[in-house]
Write a protein that binds this ligand. Structure first.
Ligand code: C2E
Ligand code: MG
Ligand code: MG
Ligand code: MG
Length: 286
């Protein structure tokens, strides 16, 4: 399966909306071709139990191996994909690939969940839930093992429509996570209105919590808020032991960061898993 085999119906440039920067224009054209040529790959970063260190699952993070420019980070091409309508086929490629990987882990005996990031326009795709259901079936992955990480800005764009898509995903049994929590505005309103399962505290708070009193208070209060709402609380960007210990003491459920592992290609992730020992049973993934 590649993007090539689907008719997406998107025009690459919408007048007045797209960029006029020549490098960006050619990059957008490259992205369209690159998707068809399988130049997008996923790296995986583990999410581990803050108390036991057990591996609960992994987050899929997309990378683009450009034939001339080398590895291009998502911060550069995701916004481009959003402005050119390529985000819809991109999200589908990422979902398919991540679920295929989740199936492969299961076949290797690791019961892991997989998390996929879905941003602004990705969440406005009316067919997203149907696409997700198809792929869960195709790869025989139970819905509760898929987490969709959404950013607050994604919901801002068209709240009504986004909410509808989110509710369809929830009805499928897919888990929803609020990514980069605390950085957007109206974060609390989203917790009030969306069927959320997980809250991910933004790295900007986590990385300073052992040196800044304010950051520590923000992290601890957010953990408490999440737990009181019955949510699973994840801290991203954990880079040292002291931070992990502080998060564990605060009651944070799950940690993620360079300290545990950087995002790595699938083969390296499997080797890492193997080296680390068996994964936690599915029940722990809550
Ligand atoms: P995110 O979902 O918040 O992902 C976390 C980012 O922080 C990743 O950057 C990850 O590599 C990085 N990171 C993880 N642990 C640490 C740490 O301990 N220290 C530091 N300094 N950084 C850490 P990456 O892979 O460059 O992705 C950036 C953003 O791009 C993601 O932020 C996400 O919003 C977006 N993104 C990535 N993959 C996808 C995708 O498939 N679809 C969409 N729509 N967006 C994606
Ligand atoms: Mg994320
Ligand atoms: Mg994040
Ligand atoms: Mg982020």
């Amino acid at each position: 399966y590649t993007a090539k085999t689907r008719r997406t119906g998107f025009t690459v440039f919408e007048p007045g909306q797209g960029s006029t920067d020549p490098r960006k224009l050619s990059l957008a054209a490259d992205l369209r071709h690159g998707m068809a040529r399988d130049e997008l790959t996923l790296h995986y970063q583990p999410k581990v139990d803050a108390r036991t260190g057990d591996v609960l699952g992994a987050e899929a993070l997309v990378r683009w191996q450009h034939p001339e420019h080398g590895m291009i980070p998502p911060s550069e091409f995701i916004p481009l994909a959003e402005h050119t309508g390529l985000i819809t086929p991109l999200t589908r490629i990422v979902l398919d690939s991540a679920l295929r990987q989740c199936r492969a882990w299961r076949d290797e005996g690791h019961q892991l969940s997989v998390a996929v990031n879905v941003s602004a326009h990705g969440l406005l795709d009316r067919d997203l839930a149907t696409e997700v259901a198809d792929r869960l079936r195709r790869w025989r992955v139970p819905a509760h093992l898929l987490t969709i990480e959404i950013t607050e800005t994604a919901i801002m764009t068209d709240p009504g429509r986004a909410l509808q898509v989110v509710e369809q995903l929830h009805a499928l049994g897919v888990r929803l996570s609020i990514d980069d929590f605390g950085t957007g505005y109206s974060s609390l309103a989203y917790l009030k209105n969306l069927p959320v399962h997980e809250l991910k505290i933004d790295r900007s708070f986590v990385s300073c919590m052992t040196t800044s009193h304010r950051d520590a208070v923000i992290v601890r209060s957010t953990v408490e808020l999440g737990r009181n709402l019955g949510l699973r609380v994840v801290a991203e960007g954990v880079e040292d032991d002291a931070t992990w210990r502080a998060l564990e003491a605060a009651g944070c459920d799950v940690v993620q960061g360079y300290l545990i592992s950087r995002p790595v290609p699938p083969a390296e992730f499997s080797a890492w898993l193997h080296h680390r020992g068996s994964a936690a049973p599915v029940a722990v993934a809550n």
